[in-house]
Write a protein that binds this ligand. Structure first.
Ligand SMILES: NC(=O)C1=CN([C@@H]2O[C@H](COP(=O)(O)OP(=O)(O)OC[C@H]3O[C@@H](n4cnc5c(N)ncnc54)[C@H](O)[C@@H]3O)[C@@H](O)[C@H]2O)C=CC1
Ligand SMILES: O=C(CO)COP(=O)(O)O
Length: 382
């Protein structure tokens, strides 16, 4: 009896404390996995804090609903969360004394979030980013992991993969990729891996992270394909050409030697691309965009009940390709990339799929013309 008590004390004293920064669809699904593992693995402290951006749901605070009913009824309805996952409305309280941070919020909110955390993070803590987005910085492309690392001065790994949250939360078998190094990568693998969630470690974290952002753009193209009533051959071509552009983009924007081709064969690469192009939110909303002509902002609000589009990376892409253009609204990823391409003196013709998705989303190009841009794709040779 005494031995058991001391073991419990030792565990509380020594286990790493986990804080999940975010509680949306994926944030809640990953909370289930991390909560179940923390409850049984002495490497971790049993209780896992989850920062919840507070809101009222049917007259009750979302944090109260999660802590009393153990379900995030707004962002992951129908799935019970482990009771050791504790919803905390104040970010600084949630982060207090944490050793491990899991960043899982839509990428447009990261800057404000890390600014709030600055000065409240324990020395020696480590983080992992599950965020599938990118930024533009003065020097061009900015990885979200770099933004977190620079703001908080801690090591940051990434987790990317073919992981539609609703399926992961229902224990349907899938794989995922941790991009990172050494003990921190292993610790995060131990925190997430479950019998139905198999995690590999890749020491090519920048490519792993860029794959997670760029696939969002291809998913918009897949949605256009569905919206236009086209079939599986066309979708397969979009996925393949999208993959070629993702690989080329990574080699241009990371230094060539850093990018390992094997990374594209991991769950974070081709597998995530496939799942997103069939089952993701970007695909779904882009299909509706092609059919209705409503704006992406409008459709996001109508169709996603508070969840956010990250196809979105478009916004960054756009700025990377045509730095002069500033588009204020809409899917961010493609926008974000455009300016970077111009900075690198790379013509948009090198990335016809990314560019065409952007033009349809933000410049009023007809979706019916989307595939024309692919007819002379560089991947087909001369
Ligand atoms: N949902 C999925 O299947 C997957 C999502 N991801 C990635 O994970 C990241 C997070 O996505 P989800 O968890 O699905 O989020 P989500 O799309 O469900 O986003 C809604 C979340 O944003 C929060 N929010 C709203 N305004 C906010 C603000 N001003 N500041 C901070 N938070 C605010 C909401 O409270 C809610 O928790 C994204 O980068 C996404 O690409 C990655 C893999 C799978
Ligand atoms: O990243 C995802 C699956 O791995 C989810 O993609 P969506 O954001 O398009 O739903």
């Amino acid at each position: 009896m005494l031995a058991l008590t001391s073991l419990r004390y030792f565990r509380t004293a020594m286990g790493k404390r986990v804080c999940i920064v975010g509680s949306g669809n994926w944030g809640s699904a990953i909370a289930k996995l991390a909560g179940l593992n923390a409850a049984t693995n002495p490497l971790f402290e049993k209780n896992v804090n989850m920062w919840v951006y507070e809101e009222m749901v049917e007259g009750r605070k979302l944090t109260e609903i999660i802590n009393q009913d153990h379900e995030n009824v707004k962002y992951l309805p129908g799935v019970k969360l482990p009771e050791n996952v504790i919803a905390v409305p104040e970010l600084v309280d949630a982060a207090k004394d944490a050793d491990l941070f899991i960043f899982v919020i839509p990428h447009q909110f990261i800057a404000r979030t890390v600014a709030t955390m600055k000065g409240h993070v324990k020395e020696g803590a480590a983080a992992i980013s599950l965020i599938k987005g990118i930024n533009i910085t003065d020097s061009g492309l900015g990885l979200i992991s770099d933004e977190i690392r620079e703001a908080l001065g801690i090591d940051v790994s990434v987790l990317m993969g073919a992981n539609i949250a609703n399926e992961v939360a229902r224990d349907q078998f899938c794989e995922s990729t941790v991009g990172g190094f050494g003990e921190n990568a292993k610790t995060f693998k131990a925190l997430f891996q479950r019998p139905t969630f198999r995690v590999s470690i890749s020491e090519d974290p920048k490519t792993v992270e860029l794959c997670g952002a760029l696939k969002n753009i291809v998913a918009c193209g897949a949605g256009f394909c569905d919206g236009l009533g086209l079939g599986d051959n066309t979708k397969a071509a979009i996925i393949r050409l999208g993959l070629m552009e993702m690989m080329d983009f990574c080699k241009v924007f990371l230094s060539e030697g850093e990018v390992k081709n094997q990374t594209f064969m991991e769950s974070c690469g081709v597998a995530d691309l496939i799942t997103t192009c069939y089952g993701g939110r970007n695909r779904k909303v882009s299909e509706a965009f092609a059919k209705t002509g409503k704006s992406l902002d409008e459709l996001e609000k109508e169709m996603l009940n508070g969840q956010k589009l990250q196809g979105c990376v478009l916004k960054t892409l756009a700025q990377l390709i045509t730095f002069s253009k500033r588009v204020e609204k809409g899917p961010e990823t493609a926008r974000e990339l455009q300016g970077v391409l111009t900075n690198k003196k790379i013509s948009p013709e090198r990335f016809p799929l990314f560019t065409s998705v952007f033009k349809c989303c933000y410049e009023g190009a007809p979706v019916a013309d989307f595939l024309k841009a692919l007819e002379n794709h560089p991947a087909h040779g001369n």
